[in-house]
Design a protein around this ligand. Structure first.
Ligand SMILES: [Zn+2]
Length: 231
């Protein structure tokens, strides 16, 4: 598979000199082999995704109070820079995404997912927007607030599960600049978490005790439930 690189225009000669090639179809520099990636690390973003999923859920817009859809990107075959580009097969949800290849950016605009400025984060990142009123739906709520969290159905009954779509490309690995959650840093006590369901004191991922093991359940459970469903 071609490994795409996020090379700024004025660094193209450097990339070319090191052996990167140009792909006309997606208008991006790339290398042929992930094992050569170390030399190109300045252009990989935080993580290279061999596959890519859209996980989508319904949410009530805080502004117009109508239902809208929100999505997050996820991968379960990836190579993170901070892990020395070792293959990681854990499910990872990519949040606060600030850079991705242009062709993907254009595809995701259809989902009202595009760059917006976040006052809370104080930078631009790829954000969901209400389909009705275009209000920004920040990643914080999808990731940290239990009732809105994209993985809520792992813990809560009587909530609508998310839907899922595989948008992997057989031809390309995708570099992303984003936050990578470290699920294993939190305690592994789901039973305790369940006791607190509905308790407003649960305010963030840490208190929900989401572990990597739980995250890995997310995709298979969604896939089994919604096999063949379109988003
Ligand atoms: Zn709205």
């Amino acid at each position: 598979m071609k490994v795409l690189l996020n090379v700024p225009f004025d660094e193209k000669d450097d990339a070319k000199f090191l052996g990167a090639k140009w792909d006309k179809k997606v208008k991006s520099w790339y290398i042929e082999d992930i094992s050569d990636i170390d030399e190109f690390s300045q252009w990989t973003g935080d993580i290279i995704c061999e596959n890519l999923y859209i996980i989508r859920a319904e949410k009530t817009c805080y502004r117009c109070h109508r239902k809208t859809h929100v999505m997050l990107l996820a991968t379960d075959r990836s190579y993170a820079k901070e892990e020395g580009y070792r293959l990681n097969t854990n499910l990872q949800i990519l949040t606060f995404v600030t850079d991705m290849p242009k062709f993907l950016e254009q595809d995701l605009e259809d989902y009202k997912y595009y760059l917006s400025f976040s006052k809370a984060a104080d930078y631009m990142y790829f954000m969901n927007h209400c389909a009705n009123c275009r209000a920004k739906q920040g990643d914080f709520y999808l990731h940290e607030m239990p009732e809105e969290a994209i993985y809520k159905h792992l813990f809560y009954e009587n909530v609508k599960p998310c839907t899922f779509m595989d948008i992997s490309d057989d031809e390309y690995m995708i570099p992303m600049t984003c936050d990578l959650p470290h699920y294993d840093e939190v305690a592994n006590d789901v039973e305790l978490m369940k006791l607190h369901i509905g308790n407003s004191e649960i305010e963030n991922r840490a208190s929900m005790m989401v572990t990597q093991e739980k995250m890995n359940e997310l995709l298979p459970s969604v896939v089994n439930y919604y096999q063949g469903a379109n988003i």
